[in-house]
Write a protein that binds this ligand. Structure first.
Ligand code: BT5
Length: 278
C-alpha cells in the first residue's frame, strides 16, 4: 500500500493554535500532508473569532496542511473531507456509526448516539449536541519561495474525546450543547487510535478533492451524513438571515433550503437547527 500522505505528525504539549502553526509553516513553503497535534491549545480558535475549548490532555486537537489543486469555489470541500474522515474514524471505533457515508446511499443518522454532520462544519450526536468542530483557513496569496506550490488550506478539527465526562464538566454556556465520545461510549476513548483512524480515512478523502468525480462523492457523503437535512433552520448570512427547511446538499456541497416557496442555495453561513419538520 502506498504511504499515507499524512505520515509527518508534529506533536506539541502546548501551543497557541495548531491552525496558526500550520498556516505559518505553509507560508514558509511546507508541503501537503504535515499534521500538527496538540495536547493543549492556549488560543484554540473557531470560526469568526470564536474560541475552541478543551482542557489539557483530554481531546484530539489537530490540523492538517492540504495543497489541493482546487478552484476557490470548491475549497469548502476540504472541510467536508476532514469532517467525513472524522465520522468514518469515529464509526470505526464502534461509536455512533453512520452507515453509508462513503457512497452516500444511506440516509442520515437516526439514533441518539449516531454521529453526523451539521452543515457546514460541526460533528453532532443524534440529539444535536456538538462533538467536534472543523475550521478551514486558507492563504490564497502566492508565497515567495514556495516554488509554485498550490495554495495551502489548513484544516483543523477539535474532537471532544474524553472531555467532557458529563454535562457538569462544561462551562455553563456549553451545557446541553456539547458532548464527548466518552459520553457517547460510556467509557474513556483512546485518542491515539482515533488519530490513526482519522489520518487513515483522510488520505483517500483528500485524493477525492482532486477529481470532479471525487468531489461529487464528497458531496454525496456529506448529504448522507448531514443532520441538517429535513430540519427547520435559520440561516445567518453576513448581514441578513432567513428561515426555511433544509432539503438537501447540492452536487457542489452547498446547502439547499426552501423558504417561502423559493429554493435557495447556501454557499456559506451559520445554520441554526430550529426543530425537525413533521
Ligand atoms: C468550530 O468553530 O467549531 C471550529 C473549531 C475548530 C477547532 C480546532 S482544534 C485544532 C485546530 N486549531 C485551532 O485553533 N482550531 C482548530 P465554530 O463553528 O465557530 O464553533 C465555535 C463555538 O463552538 C464556540 O463559540 C462555542 O460556542 C462552541 N465550543 C467551543 N468549544 C467547544 C467544545 N469543546 N465542544 C463543543 N462546542 C464548543
Amino acid at each position: 500500500m502506498p504511504q499515507n500522505r499524512f505520515a509527518e505528525v508534529r506533536r506539541f504539549e502546548s501551543i497557541d493554535s495548531t491552525n496558526r502553526y500550520l498556516l505559518d509553516e505553509a507560508r514558509a513553503g511546507a508541503a501537503e500532508g504535515v499534521v500538527a497535534v496538540a495536547d493543549h491549545q492556549t488560543a484554540g480558535r473557531g470560526r469568526l473569532g470564536r474560541s475552541w475549548e478543551a482542557p489539557p490532555g483530554a481531546n484530539l486537537l489537530l490540523s492538517v496542511l492540504l495543497r489541493p489543486a482546487l478552484d476557490p469555489a470548491d475549497r469548502h470541500l476540504a472541510t467536508t473531507a476532514v469532517a467525513l474522515a472524522a465520522v468514518d474514524a469515529i464509526g470505526a471505533l464502534g461509536i455512533g456509526s453512520v452507515q453509508g457515508t462513503r457512497d452516500g446511499r444511506e440516509s442520515g443518522p437516526s439514533t441518539p448516539r449516531a454521529v453526523g454532520i451539521k452543515w457546514p462544519n460541526d460533528l453532532v450526536d443524534g440529539s444535536g449536541r456538538k462533538l467536534a468542530g472543523v475550521l478551514a483557513e486558507t492563504d490564497l496569496l502566492p508565497v515567495a519561495g514556495s516554488g509554485g506550490l498550490p495554495a495551502p488550506i489548513v484544516v483543523g478539527i477539535g474532537i471532544n474525546v474524553n472531555w467532557p465526562a458529563g454535562d457538569a464538566d462544561l462551562p455553563p454556556e456549553l451545557r446541553g450543547l456539547a458532548v464527548s465520545l466518552r459520553m457517547l461510549a460510556g467509557a474513556p476513548v483512546d485518542r491515539e487510535a482515533l488519530l490513526d483512524g482519522l489520518l487513515a480515512a483522510l488520505d483517500p478523502r483528500t485524493a477525492e478533492l482532486g477529481t470532479p468525480a471525487g468531489r461529487q462523492r464528497l458531496s454525496r457523503g456529506l448529504a448522507a451524513a448531514c443532520t441538517t437535512i429535513g430540519t427547520r433552520v435559520r440561516v445567518d448570512l453576513t448581514d441578513s438571515s432567513f428561515e426555511g427547511t433544509a432539503t438537501g446538499i447540492s452536487p457542489e456541497g452547498h446547502l439547499i433550503v426552501t423558504s417561502d416557496g423559493d429554493t435557495k442555495t447556501v454557499v456559506a453561513g451559520d445554520v441554526v437547527h430550529l426543530r425537525p419538520t413533521a
